[in-house]
Ligand binder design. Sequence first.
Ligand SMILES: Cc1cc2nc3c(=O)[nH]c(=O)nc-3n(C[C@H](O)[C@H](O)[C@H](O)COP(=O)(O)OP(=O)(O)OC[C@H]3O[C@@H](n4cnc5c(N)ncnc54)[C@H](O)[C@@H]3O)c2cc1C
Length: 418
Amino acid sequence: MKHRIVVVGAGFAGLQLVQDLRGLDCQITLIDQRNHHLFQPLLYQVATTLLSTSEIAWPIRRVLRERKEVTTLLSTVEGVDRPAREVVLRGGQRIGYDTLVLATGARHAYFGKDQWEADAPGLKTLEDATTIRRRLLLAFERAELAADETGRQAHLTFAVIGAGPTGVELVGIIAELAHRILPQEFRHIDTRKARVMLIEAGPRILPAFSETQSDYAKSALEGRGVEVHTGTPVTDVSAKGIVLGDQPIAARTVIWAAGVQASRAKDWLGAEADRAGRVMVTPTLTLPDDPQIFVLGDTAHVESDGKPVPGVAPAAKQQGSHAARTIRARLLDRPEPGPFRYRHMGNLATIGRNAAVIEYGSFKLRGWLAWWVWGIAHIYFLIGARSRLMVALSWLWIFLSGQNSARLITQKETLKDG
Ligand SMILES: Cc1cc2nc3c(=O)[nH]c(=O)nc-3n(C[C@H](O)[C@H](O)[C@H](O)COP(=O)(O)OP(=O)(O)OC[C@H]3O[C@@H](n4cnc5c(N)ncnc54)[C@H](O)[C@@H]3O)c2cc1C
């Protein structure tokens, strides 16, 4: 029987691993709870009407159609039976493995306030992105219908909690929508009066960047009409809005971009984990007590050059490649590669149209040039010529026309109208 490799998660780490195992004589089963691989770095563009869902996600089956040794299963893994060497799927079905790779990513963390999720959705999946897009667009529609000024202003107040790259990218585009794209289209409201708030409990926005880049991003956002609040935490979230410190703010649209928690892999494995729930792995990315179980990407805690590897796409892809090299070496009875070493690819974030910050060691770039470099880099990392062309054309159209193209409100809104 061929060596059975079971990979759970077709995100950046899992898909990279499967791609790098090409040509190896083995049997691979790739399990994901969704039928698509998602390019999360551009999710915020779906949430804010710039791109549509099919431009940033690809059916996993299609991506791997030529790999006869790969079986793709659409299912949710709910456990791992380590003594039996089987993964357990929802519904009870079991899949046996010789080598197991868990690359199930991360989800939002509400720091113990999970009840906030209904009123402050996070951005992780395509469903999250379309939910946020719907709420954004409905907020303007409801403001247009509002009977009084207080209700109108509550609908026109948008609060994004968390000022990492996702939070910054979201407010940049929301401000553009309100201040530049929508004003012509409404008759009873002036969308330029919308209040767009970026809230960060820490002392500054974009904490992973240097202070100068962070200061630039703050003033660029403020120049676009965003209110930036730092140093004060949000203490409550409800359908009415937020409480910032002890100040209630009526805001009908609240978005959570503040924290992540690793997937539940640690519970399946009974493994040691860090505070974010990431499984502690060895420098070969395997469990300390089982070299046949790899844990990769946002679900793993591994150190490189004495520092924890960050939860970013390049780190996940590099781990996928490294684990693939290790598995290949083992099956071919060759020497294994050394410990995993993370190669930092720089920090990037956009601040709306024509502005971005890029930082790679002491190299710093900002403004319109950074925005173009950011765009080209993201197009390069998309899968397939069709997606690259579609995204490039969408961006070109938006750039030339000043109009966002993905502005349809679809699906039922579950939010109360109030
Ligand atoms: C909004 C947003 C913006 C981001 N922007 C950037 C950026 O600009 N640059 C950057 O480098 N990084 C960015 N990141 C982080 C980056 O996307 C992650 O670090 C990366 O996706 C991690 O890859 P992964 O393979 O570990 O997990 P993921 O890519 O999240 O993949 C995990 C996969 O596992 C599947 N899965 C989860 N649980 C189960 C289960 N129980 N059963 C079956 N399947 C399961 C999921 O469906 C998913 O397909 C962003 C993340 C988000 C959410």
